[in-house]
Design a protein around this ligand. Sequence first.
Ligand code: TYD
Length: 144
Amino acid sequence: MKSLLDLCRIVDLPKIQDTRGNLTFLEGGRHMPFDIRRVYYLYDVPGGAERGAHAHKDLRQLIISVSGSFDVGLDDGITRRTFHLNRPYQALYVCPMIWRDLENFSSGSVCLVLASNAYSEDDYFRDYEAYLEARRASLYFEGE
Ligand code: TYD
């Protein structure tokens, strides 16, 4: 049976190779499974720090390691999967109602996030048990 986690996937982005340096781009309607309403990035993450530890009710995201590497653990309440992001030309698509943990940030790494909506604390589950309860009750829209 297909799980919610199966909707989360690596999206390959164009890579224009050049001796002067490489270039990657994203275009709405072509590489993006949603319209971008917000961009944010994590940087200066101290060794051993963990980010994430929440799920979103409605938000869709693309997570890109534009520099360095880190691990993104995804959990749909039943299945867990870890993605090691270390390529600026690959994005991890995360659909709604997925619990995520980000860890093992390399020194100097930068985590770029493209998001489908503006920031809203109401869109968060920050308590894992409350998230699981909502998943069990299927209270929220399941992915795409
Ligand atoms: P949070 O989403 O918990 O960070 P992460 O998942 O990357 O560890 O957000 C951390 C804090 O920053 C929290 O107080 C909310 C605030 N914040 C904003 O104000 N706007 C944003 O776009 C984001 C992502 C967070």
